[in-house]
Design a binder for this molecule. Structure first.
Ligand code: IVH
Length: 697
């Protein structure tokens, strides 16, 4: 296709917009459009570039990942060596640094630039005429490795500088890191997949940058922060802080937490302030860095050995420490999850004493191979619960030192289950397990469940601790006098709570099902179940084990049909997977859960669950989008349309990604081609009739 002027203009406009929004998202942390809109623009650009390959340029946002895996990383000699910093571990060290700087410069007081010390790895980025051309690791400080292809995948590294003041060539220096939350997220994913967890953000970032295949790097949530340039003398600035401001103007991420401070007291105050903030920062820092701000002064102070005299890293207490595992116990949470917890010989980590650390779940214990009496590394980062990172030295490992997940809940004795595909082991005690009671009650009363106003944390704690309420059914036997006798409960608020409880007696089926707190049953699933069964008795009466089997069989059959290019079977209870059905089977088979449900729904004062109008779900064509093309042998267009709509389906005029089925007859036109292109299932009339028949069953 010829490159039209309008395509070129559109491509340029899209790139500009995508870059603006990328910068807002990845650098400023302040997106102004929803992710979906960004994705849409990105897709449009991809499509335009596919149609007009000659419009593709290396700095297009679509070109971040590309090219074949490398054989090796070519060496890069750093024109200005990438040196290290001297470290300070105490105020005395800082006092000495400031004194030497003042003496060296013959000044009474020095202005410093102070910034966080990122705990990642140093890299250098070369921009020529504003375009990112080469990036390298620090290596031994003199020679690094060319990791350009990998660095291009890092979204916060601009491929093009923004400002009008971009010089002919500049070498930006900074640190590649992974945000704490991103790190938690990728490790949670590893745990879910029963794969090895990453040890810490820094190693993960380093490993990602040294991948020969940039597609792997692109999957890691790497970020970049700039903290300087290779040779400041090449820029027209007098102070380091001006360089940082300029880098930010050019679209590079620069720490918002930077400051210029005066003298020793300014340095120590900055250290204190950042120390307090440290836990709340999105990234890990292991200290702060002080730099003499005046670039001329920096030059006159110069270097000793491999570190500058004009800069200093002031370190914080490490967030990791080594200690002994005294025991491994399990804790039952409010949702019934059993978490193995290591009891530790007390150790100071990042300024706090740690005596417990989580081991997340059974797989985590196995993967890390932690036994009682092992010596382990523990980490405490920010407000997160301390965790065992790895075994530093195995203990005697005698019988009884190995951790086994108990078969019964240590709190209520109910069976413990682990759903297929889930990392967590759960107590099936549900509404009956004391450990879960408060959580279950709060959930039951919550706004989107039974919506009982006034039944919050404090009240639930008191009711459960005094044994006045053990299950949600007990709520409906409470009277105002009992409530008024509790701490901090006036007569009026007691009456209000009783009225709120009474007012919740007529819930919709969906709310009631959600309120029960069945593992895996959120609001959406509750709505699907309510629509499908129409009444609570219907849901109770279903054979969930059998349904789960049927669903699994249907899924298997559909996978085979898909391979053969055939239309799938109509879904069995769409939106509810087999694991969830098994969870329902388990919950409803537990005697105590049945008992609570019985108490809730029968007898005087019972909850009366509203019936819901049954909506087509299982086996219906509900919401499915069909497109008709060509002439069908035995049905007119109108008849086919009516048949589909009667079963809850819709008929659309053109094929798109939203289309579920294309019904093709003789002399089907371009719609059929489009269906093949998009991988949409194609039916003939017989296929449509079969589906229609099945949908009625
Ligand atoms: S300035 C002459 N500023 O710390 C050295 N370095 O020991 C100039 N680092 O691997 C370095 N945050 O990558 C500087 N705000 C910051 C830093 C920082 C982290 C790293 C740097 C290097 C190490 C120096």
């Amino acid at each position: 296709m010829a490159v039209t002027q309008s395509a070129r203009r559109r491509v340029e406009a899209l790139r500009r917009d995508i870059e603006t929004h990328s910068h807002r998202y990845y650098v400023l942390d302040a997106p102004t459009i929803p992710d979906s809109e960004y994705d849409r623009m990105f897709r449009e650009l991809l499509e335009l570039e596919a149609a007009h390959p000659d419009l593709v340029t290396p700095d297009s946002p679509t070109q971040r990942v590309g090219g074949a895996p490398l054989q090796e990383f070519p060496p890069v000699v750093h024109a200005v060596p990438m040196l290290s910093l001297n470290n300070a571990f105490s105020d005395e060290d800082v006092i000495g640094f400031d004194r030497r700087a003042r003496e060296g410069l013959d000044k009474d007081e020095i202005e410093y630039a102070a910034e966080p010390k990122f705990d990642g790895l140093a890299i250098s980025l070369h921009y020529e005429r504003g375009r990112f051309v080469r990036g390298a690791t620090r290596g031994d400080g003199y020679t690094g490795e060319d990791v350009t292809a990998n660095l291009r995948t890092v979204r916060s590294i601009p491929l093009k500088l923004r400002g009008a003041r971009a010089p002919g060539a500049v070498e930006v220096r900074g640190e590649v890191i992974i945000y704490k939350a991103d790190f938690e997220r990728i490790n949670a994913r590893q745990r879910e997949r029963s794969e090895k967890e990453f040890v810490n953000p820094r190693n993960t970032a380093a490993g990602a940058l040294r991948q020969l295949d940039p597609r792997i790097t692109a999957e890691r949530p790497l970020r970049f922060f700039a903290y300087g340039v290779g040779d400041p003398a090449k820029l027209p600035f007098k102070r380091h802080s001006e360089i940082l401001d300029w880098l930010a103007e050019e679209g590079l991420p620069v720490a918002a937490e930077r400051a210029t401070v005066k003298g020793l007291s300014g340095l120590l105050a900055f250290y204190q302030k950042m120390g307090k903030k440290r836990e709340r920062l999105p990234y890990a820092i292991d200290g702060v860095v002080y730099k003499v701000n005046d670039l001329g002064d920096q030059r006159s102070l110069g270097f000793v050995a491999r570190a500058p005299r004009f800069a200093l890293a002031h370190k914080y207490a490490p967030e990791e420490a080594v200690t002994e595992v005294l025991d491994i116990e399990v804790q039952v949470g409010r949702t019934g999850t059993l978490t193995p917890v290591a009891r530790l010989a007390p150790v100071s980590v990042g300024g706090a004493t740690v005596t417990n650390a989580t081991l997340h779940n059974e797989d985590d214990v196995r993967r890390k191979d932690v036994w009682r009496r092992d010596t382990v590394t523990v980490r405490r980062a920010g407000d997160v619960i301390p965790e065992v990172v790895s075994v530093s030295k195995a203990g005697p490992r005698e019988q009884g030192d190995r951790f086994e997940m108990p078969a019964r809940c240590p709190v209520c004795g109910s069976e413990v289950v682990r759903l297929e595909g889930e990392a967590a082991s759960r107590c099936t005690g549900g509404l009956f397990c004391p450990a879960q009671r408060k959580g279950a009650l709060l959930h039951f009363a919550s706004r989107r469940a039974m919506d009982i106003e006034g039944l919050g944390d404090k009240l639930v704690d008191q009711l459960v601790d005094s044994n006045k309420v053990l299950t949600p059914a007990d709520l409906y036997t409470l009277d105002a006098a009992t409530l008024a006798a509790l701490d901090r409960m006036g007569e009026k608020s007691a009456r209000n709570v009783v009225a709120a409880i009474a007012g919740s007696k007529n819930p919709t089926l969906a709310r009631f099902v959600y309120a029960l707190g069945i593992p895996g049953v959120g609001e959406e699933v509750a709505r699907i179940l309510a629509g499908h069964f129409g009444s609570f008795d219907g849901l109770l009466g279903a054979d969930w084990t059998e349904l789960a089997e049927r669903k699994k069989a249907a899924q298997k059959e559909n996978a085979a049909r898909k391979r053969r290019g055939e239309a799938p079977l109509p879904p069995v209870l769409e939106g509810v997977g087999p694991e969830l059905m098994e969870s329902l089977a388990k919950f409803l088979s537990q005697q105590h859960n049945r008992e609570v449900i019985r108490q809730l729904t029968s007898g005087p004062g019972a909850v009366v669950v509203q019936r819901e109008k049954r909506r087509a779900t299982a086996g219906r064509l509900d919401g499915k989008v069909f497109v008709l093309t060509g002439a069908l042998p035995g049905l007119t267009r109108e008849e086919a349309k009516e048949m589909i709509e009667r079963s809850g389906g819709k008929v659309a005029a053109s094929v798109s990604r939203q289309t579920d089925y294309v019904v093709a007859g003789a002399e089907a036109g371009s719609k059929l081609g489009k269906a093949h292109e998009l991988g949409v299932a194609v039916l003939d009339e017989a296929g449509l009739r079969k589906m229609f028949e099945e949908s009625k069953s």
